[in-house]
Write a protein that binds this ligand. Structure first.
Ligand code: SAJ
Length: 431
């Protein structure tokens, strides 16, 4: 069986590689020439544990072929990004889905579509995309006048993997497939059964689209609640981290963690698809998005007050990525915060072991260099590397933490330590 995977990014590439390692002949398609050329040489630009080796194996044994154009196959998987607009829709309080890459991918599949083929959309999409836009493009642009559900099969199946553990999760997590009809769902299930060891549940395509959005919206709303609790705790002098930890001992409560904001290409994006589709009903979802989008600004004000009160001359911002131990800076609240401070004219340096250079920011050579230069350190991302601070001499420094980096251990000695969402505690206090 030959599969054409369209989009060789964070999801498409591991999907293509896992299929290729599990008995399928895979053509991996990406419009970015340089990515394809590098892959042909076995060079993988995505920093994801275990990915490079399975990609290289599949390419060297000929089961995965990277290319820039779709070719005829038995099945097609579309895994291209679906971002949202940078700004709010004019006159509205929400952002709009940008479906241009799905449109282009569906068009390229339509050009080579044959009777009996299966097409699966994996990109996170607004409800109704599979039965609407994708079905229409495929039907209207294939050469033989093929109809979905009659002449070819069409389904939606979302991924639900965590960056840094993609290979294991793509293999072992349960999966949902939704066909536009029962046969399409069954075909899609058979395709994923080649490499998925978790359970595969069948439903209809629109329900599957909503399942994906509901999962990420659950996380976004829950994080908004945690961020709101952090602000309340700061006002009433309670400790939000203790609140979350202790409340989660309730058997039916699972509060998420507060932080400097929500980044990445999923949680901060997907809830907008609900709001755009159903603005009158998605009011809680909309409010949560606004709470999380406003969190960097709240954090900037809190940090700025501390820097001013301590007459700080040079601040080192530690961490630029959207979360810990990844190299991904997309939609990163840390970057938004650094840019706000730069615009305010604060003297600053940045330090992130996972990011080589960020624009023109002055980067510290490493953590030791950042500590040596700055009189205040602000942890925006809790990279494992920053645990080293606990054994460094931070005497006289101001240490501001937005992530409860040191967990249950005492924070570094010598520094004056301030933790988001909690009353200031002297260094070394038993948290
Ligand atoms: N964050 C918090 N508090 C939390 C959890 C996260 O502030 O309690 C922040 C993070 O720092 C980050 C953002 O939210 O800025 C998103 O982080 P995330 O870990 O929730 O999400 P992603 O985008 O890295 O990956 C998610 C997957 N997350 C996990 O498995 C933990 C998963 O929910 C989705 O399947 C996946 O996105 C996807 O592809 O949609």
């Amino acid at each position: 069986m030959k599969v054409c995977v369209v989009g060789l990014g964070y999801i498409g590439l591991p999907t293509a590689a896992l299929m290729a390692c599990n008995g399928l002949k895979v053509v991996g398609v990406d419009i970015r020439d340089e990515i394809v050329e590098k892959l042909k040489l076995g060079i993988v630009s995505i920093d994801e544990p275990g990915l490079a080796s399975i990609v290289r194996d599949a390419i060297s044994n000929g089961t995965l072929k990277p290319t820039t154009v779709c070719e005829p196959a038995d099945a097609f998987v579309i895994a291209v990004p679906t971002p949202v607009s940078h700004d709010y829709v004019p006159g509205k309080s929400y952002k709009a889905a940008d479906m241009t890459l799905v449109e282009a991918a569906a068009l390229s599949v339509a050009g080579v579509l044959q009777r009996g083929n299966l097409v699966v959309l994996e990109s996170t999409s607004p409800p109704g995309t599979t039965t609407g836009m994708v079905k229409n493009i495929l039907e209207q642009n294939n050469k033989a006048g093929l109809k979905a559900g009659h002449d070819f099969y069409l389904a939606y199946s979302p991924e639900r993997v965590m960056p840094t553990n993609i290979i294991a999760e793509m293999t072992n997590n349960d999966r949902v497939v939704g066909g536009i009809d029962a046969k399409s769902g069954r075909r899609a299930k058979d395709l994923y059964a080649h490499f998925v060891k978790g359970k595969i549940f069948e439903t209809d395509s629109t329900t599957a689209e909503v399942v994906k959005l509901a999962e990420n919206t659950y996380r976004d709303v829950n994080i908004a609640l945690a961020n709101e609790l952090a602000k309340i705790c700061q006002t009433v002098s309670a400790d939000v981290w203790d609140v979350v930890r202790l409340a989660n001992h309730h058997p039916r409560v699972h509060l998420h963690q507060p932080g400097p904001g929500v980044g990445g290409h999923c949680i901060a994006v997907d809830p907008w698809f609900f709001v755009e589709k159903s603005p009158d009903h998605a009011t809680l979802i909309n409010a949560a998005r606004h709470v999380n989008d406003a969190q960097p600004e709240f954090v900037v004000q809190w940090i700025d007050d501390l820097l001013t009160a301590h007459k700080v001359k040079l601040t080192a911002f530690l961490g630029l990525t959207y979360k810990a131990d990844v190299d991904d800076t997309r939609e990163s609240p840390a970057i938004e915060i650094v840019e706000k401070f730069r615009a305010m004219g604060r003297s600053l340096i940045v330090c992130d072991p996972h990011v080589e250079v960020w624009k023109n920011d002055k980067a510290a050579a490493n953590l030791d260099d950042a500590v040596a230069q700055a009189d205040a350190l602000v942890i925006l991302v809790n990279h494992r590397e920053f645990q080293k601070l606990a054994s460094m001499d931070l005497t006289g420094k101001l240490l501001i933490d937005t992530r409860r980096t040191f967990k249950d251990a005492a924070p570094p000695k010598g520094a004056e330590y301030h933790l988001l969402g909690s009353a200031a505690r002297p260094t070394g206090a038993n948290l």
